[in-house]
Design a protein around this ligand. Structure first.
Ligand code: UDX
Length: 445
């Protein structure tokens, strides 16, 4: 073991809680800091305010081992930590499209002021390019004389649902530093991953910041690319899944993130492409990322398409129709409903007067906080009972395993929209269902 012993993580949301637990798993003493005392209380008991497989167990393990603690006191960390990770949120600005930097700015400033021993501050949050350089200057200005406090940028690529795995076994590590000594500190922090020959990309601040947004912009583009072709196959016929499989065999393209459906959502992809466009606009480079606006539009059109299909199937009369919406988490294994396509579809159907029954294995609670007026039910069976139409919007295993026989005796009408293209259409049609998918020509009965 080297000289790094104490690691603090500022911000204990999704990213921070995961990072803190994983750093403890790697053997460090970790202090998680948050301004929200309730969050700190529940984390200290090993309880998470969100759903993430494996994370509660890992937190409890290290709260018990004594390596992981949580506090609201920033001054405590300032006197203690060798390395401080900043993992606070950068949500979309209220009433704007840029990233809200309030939390990052405030956390960095207070942290820099509270630090009383040599330390490295490492930014993990997804930020507009140029932030790290600005914060490095802020840190220099705010930190006490006689202590060496520097800043590095180390973007995080974790996926919800696989957060622990992605953090402990990342497919690459990217660090932006302005000083070789800072890079050496991070090499030590991540020595366990480096011993497995995880690719290590050491670069400047700007590249490190941009790697993160470029990766998310590329993923969003892949999804919208295939969804644009889905609009074509909807018009002309053809099979979007076969198309994706076929182009995906070209290893230069790859099959991943080419699943056509109701599109991307969540706390990252949508806000990150908007923030990127906003940022390049500020730099006078509006035109460079204009295609991302198109990707955003394609993505949002998929949600409208589901509503249009529902209208087609229900003879243009949604009012009073019972519609089961299966899935309001933005993706399976998550309870996150931020910018969720499924929840958006449910709200649109509800606004058109439909009697919506929402069921999600994990997402109902968060959805109900945002849209309390939708009808939430506790089981798949309850959702589909008496339904005039069933709409699958999140591909949970429980929904992927559905067969026509499971629903036949429960629904009022055998009508189904598979908005994630995960069920075998022919089988459902063969069993007498009006069955629609995205990217598939839909025969009007
Ligand atoms: C994403 C990035 O993958 C991750 O690297 C980054 O750190 C944060 O943003 P996440 O938001 O957890 O992670 O979700 P992801 O698994 O990427 O899915 C994003 C959305 O795209 C989901 O709504 C998903 O349903 C949708 N999606 C994904 C598709 O519609 N089609 C696909 O082929 C893949």
């Amino acid at each position: 073991k080297g000289v790094i012993e104490n690691i603090s993580v500022i911000g204990t949301g999704y990213l921070g809680a995961t990072h803190a637990a994983c750093m403890a798993e790697l053997g460090y003493n970790v202090l998680g800091v948050d301004i929200d005392p309730e969050k700190i209380d529940s984390l200290s008991r090993g309880e998470l305010p969100f759903h993430e497989p494996g994370l509660p167990e890992l937190i409890r393990k290290h709260v018990d081992s004594g390596r992981l603690r949580f506090t609201t006191d920033l001054d405590e960390v300032g006197a203690w930590g060798d390395v401080h990770f900043i993992a606070v949120g950068t949500p979309q600005q209220a009433g704007g499209t840029g990233a809200d930097m309030t939390f990052v700015n405030a956390a960095t400033r207070s942290l820099a002021r509270s630090i009383s021993k040599d330390a490295l501050i490492v930014g993990k949050s997804t930020v507009p390019v140029g932030t790290a350089r600005r914060l490095a200057a802020l840190v220099e200005e705010e930190s006490a004389e006689g202590v060496r406090v520097t800043l590095a940028w180390n973007p995080e690529f974790l996926r919800e649902g696989f957060a622990v795995e992605d953090t402990l076994r990342p497919d690459r590590l990217v660090v932006g530093t302005s000083d070789a000594a800072d890079e050496a500190v991070l090499r030590e922090v991540y020595s366990e991953a480096l011993s497995r020959e995880t690719p290590w990309i050491s670069t400047d601040f700007e590249t490190a910041e941009l790697v993160k947004v470029a990766a998310n912009a590329f993923l969003a583009t892949k999804i919208s690319f295939i969804n644009a072709f889905a609009e074509v196959t909807e018009a002309v016929g053809g099979n979007i899944t076969t198309l994706a499989d076929a182009i995906g065999h070209d290893t230069r393209i790859g099959r991943k993130f080419l699943n056509a459906g109701v599109g991307f959502g969540g706390g990252c992809l949508p806000k990150d492409i908007r923030a990127l466009q906003t940022r390049v606009g500020e730099l006078g480079l509006d035109h460079t990322m204009r295609f991302l606006d198109e990707m955003d539009q394609i993505n949002l059109r998929r949600r409208e398409k589901v509503v249009t299909l529902a209208e087609q199937i229900l003879d243009n009369e949604l009012a009073g129709k019972r519609i089961a919406v299966l899935g309001v988490a933005f993706k399976p294994l998550s309870d996150d409903v931020r910018d969720s396509p499924g929840l958006d579809v449910a709200v649109r159907l509800f606004s058109s007067g439909a009697d919506v029954a929402v069921y999600d294995p994990e997402g109902n609670r968060n959805a109900a906080k945002r849209f309390p007026r939708l009808g939430y039910v506790d089981s798949l069976t309850e959702a589909v009972t008496g339904a005039d139409l069933v709409v699958l919007t999140t591909e949970w295993n429980e929904f992927k395993a559905l067969t026509p026989g499971d629903l036949e005796s429960l629904v009022a009408q055998k009508q189904f929209i598979d908005a994630r293209n995960v069920l075998p259409a022919e089988e459902w049609e063969g069993a007498g269902w009006r069955f629609a998918q995205l990217g598939r020509f839909f025969h009007q009965a």
